[in-house]
Design a protein around this ligand. Structure first.
Ligand code: SF4
Length: 301
């Protein structure tokens, strides 16, 4: 494997500082776990990402970022060389950040994706990659989304023309709100899922994440309102499979659900920050055990 270079490129490990995931952890889970997780995130230095679905997703997002910025990534060269070709000042320490098999799996998936959809403008012409909305537009975003602070980082924003749309719709397996597909601006969000889920389309269509994304982007860029979100799903199968789900603009019900989520989250984090909610699901999440139980910080009561 290529050795890491002594330069730094920030790795986004899922979400921005005050994004939806930060608020969501206070809704329907264990408050004590939410508080301990937040403290650990702030105080602990980043660790090497060992084998997990989240680690593969983070490495996969990194490859997508460089791909849509214009780097040529091939399976053997990997990301380090590709990024240097793209920008000689780019600094990378990725190979140290991931366990080798995480990196290899992400490259396998990315290679399959880029073989199937080789055009850099597959989702339209990129107008922003890893777009952070968190400072200049902060007030507009907070007003539109309904919570302050609110920050977000979009994987990709594109402008899709007629011909690009024709190519995209004929090449990519699609579901969701196909009737809203038209040229214009789109938010693209990459997802790496382990398997097909019979409810995945409904979950995406009702996703508060995508409601917040659209409200925030449109508030920050009123001259470039998006038609919707394209969820670019990569299924991590032996033969990787692809699906693009089309998410329409938020309805009144979507906005109400988002507002409700923020109201509950703020109430819980302000008034009951240490309320333990022990349960089979919280203390023993699927396939694991709560870190704080394992480390003896909480006795699960
Ligand atoms: S062990 Fe259970 S009660 Fe304790 S922090 Fe974890 S989820 Fe909450």
């Amino acid at each position: 494997m290529t050795k890491a270079l002594p330069i730094l490129h920030t790795i986004h490990q899922g979400g921005s500082e005050w994004g939806l995931s930060r608020y969501s952890r206070w809704v329907g889970g264990c408050n004590r776990k939410a508080r301990l997780d937040e403290e650990a995130q702030q105080n602990e230095p980043p660790k090497q990402m060992t084998w997990s679905g989240a680690a593969v997703g983070t490495a996969g997002h990194l490859l997508m970022e460089h791909h849509f910025k214009g780097a040529a990534i091939c399976r053997d060269a990997g990301l380090v060389r590709a990024a240097i070709e793209l920008d000689k000042d780019v600094v990378l320490q990725h190979t140290d950040m991931f366990e080798e098999r995480v990196w290899n799996e992400a490259l396998r998936l990315f290679y399959a994706f880029s073989q199937s959809f080789p055009n850099r403008d597959h989702f339209g012409t990129p107008i922003g990659v890893e777009v952070a909305l968190d400072s200049r537009e902060a007030q507009d975003i907070a007003r539109a989304v309904g919570i302050d602070p609110y920050t977000l980082r979009l994987d990709l924003v594109t402008e899709m023309g007629e011909r690009q749309l024709d190519r995209f719709t004929s090449a990519h397996p699609l579901d969701g709100a196909l009737e809203i597909l038209k040229p214009g601006f789109w938010i693209v969000d990459h997802k790496f899922y382990a398997r097909h889920n019979m409810y995945s389309m409904e979950q995406s269509l009702w996703s508060s994440q995508f409601t917040a994304y659209q409200l925030a982007w449109n508030a920050a860029h009123p001259d470039k309102p998006v038609n919707g979100v394209i969820q670019n799903t990569i299924h991590k199968l032996k033969t990787p499979a692809f699906k693009a789900t089309i998410i329409p603009p938020p309805s009144k019900a979507d906005k109400a659900r988002l507002k409700n989520l923020f109201t509950i989250a703020v109430d819980e984090m302000t008034n009951r920050p240490d309320r333990a909610v022990p349960s089979i699901n919280n203390c023993f999440p699927f396939g694991g055990i709560c870190r704080w139980l394992k480390e003896g910080v909480c006795d699960g009561a």
